[in-house]
Design a protein around this ligand. Structure first.
Ligand SMILES: *[C@@H]1O[C@H](CO)[C@@H](O)[C@H](O)[C@H]1NC(C)=O
Ligand SMILES: *[C@@H]1O[C@H](CO)[C@@H](O)[C@H](O)[C@H]1NC(C)=O
Ligand SMILES: *[C@@H]1O[C@H](CO)[C@@H](O)[C@H](O)[C@H]1NC(C)=O
Ligand SMILES: *[C@@H]1O[C@H](CO)[C@@H](O)[C@H](O)[C@H]1NC(C)=O
Ligand SMILES: *[C@@H]1O[C@H](CO)[C@@H](O)[C@H](O)[C@H]1NC(C)=O
Length: 762
């Protein structure tokens, strides 16, 4: 009984099954629809077996063509043409095609790939109400994705890859509450992503790579099921996408404009297998913990500006198949777990600043400069300052600054005196470091020394890294009208930044033989030359050879001083303009402060600068700035500071007499006259002083400047005054010339007030 019952049941089941497998016959209208589709698609070869007698529901499925029916209705249709099929002839009408297609109202799965279909996706697609999966990749659909797509409420998978869809992604997609897969890679979508994307709660896969999408990725933190996020090759950024899903497996942000660092949360992505954030503008610390994420197999951070120190003992996941750290600013040593298992995985790390690796590594100073330029404070081992120093600093940085200054003056004097003797160890240290790049300890010391001087950099814009595009925009693509002058290896351009500020750009053409070491040192020093009385460097930019990524051009960006040289305003009388006596002293003070900064404001100091009055430029407010373009940055730094004092004397002389002073001959003519008149206490030595200022100076002020000028020009360097001495005298001269005025005549910070006057009067 039981047996016969189960027999009957089996029979029933078999009959039922056979009815599914064999007895289905497509309604004749739907069969005609398929034949019509064959015609409209211009008889693609994959459909060559179809004819008037084809029993569509029972043809053998192939990878290219599959038809699946339920009862007498077609529920799935897959037609995959030959890869790279050309567009259909012009007589193809996408409208007629869809008019035909919607006669298959119960279709749930539709794949029409590589069939050459062209035109705009018609809005009547919304009539395919049962549609759950749509894949129309590799055709030639263009125009916007119609809003009506969002009426396909049963849609779970929407794949529009490799078409020519353009414009914004439609806003209403959030109505597709079941959507799990959205893939529109390789199209021409532009504009920003709609916020509504963040409401697609069932989304597992979002692939929008290779479009022209721009702006921030909307908040997708409520997509709890997201497993794949691919946004490669767009213009998205700068914020890292707000991902809320812990199930993420693939995260591809390659080739976008992301800047902000990797959020901590990424370290909790225990399923993450592929992380590719290469070729963005990421800055900040590289989290080495990414190397040991439990599931990670592919990690690519190439071409960003990640900083941080790697060390040999870092651990990495054993499943790692590829690690690409190329072209970042990493220092330290490559973790040994990446080194020794190299046979089973690909590891690239060229163009960082790792020690003990191949020749492709930059010197550590490169990474430090670049990091500096993007505003990252480079790594320093945690300093253990004696608490006494810390206390002293916190009580009064000013006192320390002054003390240090005194020490510097003392050392400078001693160095000059001990000239010719065996080099002291500290001197050698400076020299070695100048050629190898400085140790962190050294930079740290330098930081305290420059504390007082740094205040002089107030008001100078931050040093930064410029992009080639910034430079091109600023110079209108190197328009010849912006070319200021040209040498054999370099050109000087004038430019304007987007914020309206004017800049001068020096472009150095590099040869492949140039050692990165030498120019990196140059740039490192330049980047520290920031002072209100220097034509300060604002930043730099590298341009690279395409083939081997070596540096082809270096652009150094400087402030632009629009008012010509100091000579134009003293002896040249440009536009009949001439500086008043007060303005001349202010300019001289500026030059002296610039020299003081060059000597003691940076470590190692820059001496023997061969300064001429034509190297002193005036900015918009007639503030004097020493042009640093010709400073001997790569030559010896050793202490012949007294030749700068002589050069300053020559500039002072021209300021006093108002005539070109070009060589020692002219100095020798005027110096005795100065000495005679100051010694004889003649208030106004007629014939010597520039007639243009005759009525404007006070006797005491003129006399002070003449005296200090005369001392600067002393034949014996040891007899020349120190730069501090010069500065104090000039400030005194300014004070007595015009006691009511601010002492400098230029925007000074309170901390650079001159010392009390009594100290300086002998
Ligand atoms: C199929 O039928 C149509 C008419 O319904 C006819 O025009 C066509 O020639 C037939 N094709 C074949 C291959 O028999
Ligand atoms: C479209 O044009 C092609 C030739 O370019 C022709 O073979 C085909 O029959 C035409 N199709 C229709 C539907 O008119
Ligand atoms: C769309 O269909 C084609 C052909 O079957 C397939 O190769 C491709 O992977 C599909 N796209 C997606 C995203 O599944
Ligand atoms: C997007 O592209 C279309 C043409 O393809 C253009 O008209 C539109 O201005 C673009 N939108 C944006 C934001 O670039
Ligand atoms: C790794 O090495 C660094 C020094 O290279 C050391 O400071 C650190 O404590 C070491 N870490 C571990 C986990 O051994």
């Amino acid at each position: 009984m039981i047996a016969s019952f189960s027999h009957a049941r089996l029979l029933l089941l078999l009959m039922f099954a056979s009815s599914i497998c064999y007895s289905e016959q497509l309604s004749s209208s739907q069969a005609q629809t398929l034949q019509r589709i064959q015609v409209l698609l211009n008889f693609p070869s994959v459909l060559s077996s179809w004819n008037n007698n084809t029993d569509f529901c029972n043809i053998e499925p192939t990878p290219a063509v599959t038809v699946i029916c339920y009862e007498d209705s077609l529920t799935q249709l897959h037609i995959i043409g030959e890869r790279g099929a050309p567009p259909l002839p012009r007589n193809f009408s996408i409208e007629s095609f869809f008019t035909t297609l919607v006669r298959l109202p119960s279709i749930k799965v539709l794949t029409l790939v590589s069939l050459g279909m062209r035109g705009q996706l018609p809005s009547k697609i919304s009539r395919l109400e049962s549609l759950e999966i749509l894949n129309i990749s590799s055709n030639f659909f263009h125009g916007a994705i119609p809003q009506e797509v969002s009426l396909l409420r049963n849609l779970r998978t929407l794949i529009l890859d490799e078409n020519l869809f353009q414009d914004r992604l439609p806003d209403g997609l959030n109505k597709l509450s079941l959507l799990a897969v959205l893939s529109i890679r390789k199209n021409k979508l532009n504009g920003s992503l709609p916020e509504s994307l963040g409401n697609l709660e069932n989304l597992r896969v979002l692939d929008l790579s290779h479009n022209r999408l721009a702006g921030e990725v909307p908040d997708i933190s409520s997509l709890r099921n997201l497993q794949v996020l691919e946004l490669e090759d767009n213009l998205l950024g700068p914020q890292f996408p707000k991902i809320g899903s812990n199930k993420i497996i693939t995260l591809i942000l390659r080739k976008n404009k992301f800047i902000s660092g990797i959020p901590e949360k990424v370290n909790s992505f225990s399923h993450l297998q592929r992380l590719d954030i290469s070729f963005n503008r990421f800055i900040g610390r590289f989290q080495s913990s990414l190397l040991s994420l439990p599931s990670i197999t592919y990690l690519n951070i190439e071409g960003n500006k990640f900083t941080g120190m790697l060390s040999e003992n870092m651990s990495c996941s054993s499943q790692l198949e590829l690690v690409d750290l190329t072209g970042n600013l990493l220092t330290g040593r490559l973790p040994s777990c990446l080194h020794y298992e190299a046979r089973t995985r690909i590891v690239s790390y060229a163009r960082n600043c790792l020690v003990g690796e191949d020749k492709s590594q930059h010197p550590v100073s490169f990474c430090r400069n670049e990091a500096l330029a993007v505003g990252i404070v480079p790594d320093h081992p945690k300093s253990k300052q004696p608490s006494k120093t810390a206390l002293a600093l916190s009580i009064s940085a000013g006192i320390v600054g002054v003390t240090v200054l005194v020490v510097i003056v003392f050392l400078t004097l001693r160095r000059v005196r001990s000239k010719g003797m065996v080099k002291s160890p500290s001197t050698r240290l400076i020299q070695e470091n100048a050629s190898v790049g400085y140790t962190s300890k050294f930079l740290q010391d330098a930081r305290y020394i420059t504390q007082a001087m740094k205040l002089g950099a107030l008001g100078v814009p931050a040093y930064r890294n410029f992009s080639l595009k910034d430079i091109e925009d600023a110079t209108n693509n190197f328009d010849t009208s912006t070319l200021l002058n040209e040498g054999s290896y370099s050109q000087m351009y004038r430019g304007e930044l987007r914020d309206g500020s004017h800049i001068a750009i020096r472009c150095h053409n590099m040869s492949r033989r140039d050692k990165s070491q030498s120019y990196m040192n140059h740039i490192e020093i330049l980047s520290k030359l920031r002072h209100q009385h220097l034509v300060s460097a604002l930043g730099h930019c590298f341009d690279y050879h395409l083939d081997d990524s070596s540096v082809s051009r270096i652009f150094l960006v400087f402030e632009y001083a629009p008012n010509g040289t100091l000579r134009d305003w003293i002896s040249e009388r440009r536009d009949n303009q001439s500086l008043t006596w007060s303005q001349r002293i202010a300019a001289a003070i500026g030059v002296a402060k610039g020299i003081q900064f060059l000597h003691a404001g940076i470590v190692p100091g820059v001496f023997s600068n061969k300064l001429k009055i034509t190297d002193v430029l005036l900015d918009l407010n007639l503030v004097a700035k020493i042009s640093s373009h010709n400073l001997p940055l790569l030559k010896e730094y050793m202490g012949k500071g007294k030749s700068d004092i002589y050069d300053l004397g020559v500039i002072l002389l021209e300021i006093i007499v108002g005539k070109h002073i070009n060589g020692n001959g002219e100095v020798d003519i005027f110096r005795p006259q100065l000495e005679a008149s100051t010694a004889a206490d003649i208030a106004a030595p007629n014939g010597v002083v520039d007639p243009a200022v005759q009525d404007l100076y006070t006797d005491e002020s003129l006399k002070t400047v003449m005296q200090i000028c005369s001392r600067c020009l002393h034949k014996d360097p040891a007899e020349r005054p120190s730069i501090e001495d010069v500065l104090w005298n000039l400030q005194f001269a300014a004070q007595i010339q015009d006691p009511s005025q601010s002492i400098e005549g230029s925007p000074a910070s309170p901390s650079t007030q001159p010392p009390r006057l009594q100290m300086t009067i002998k």
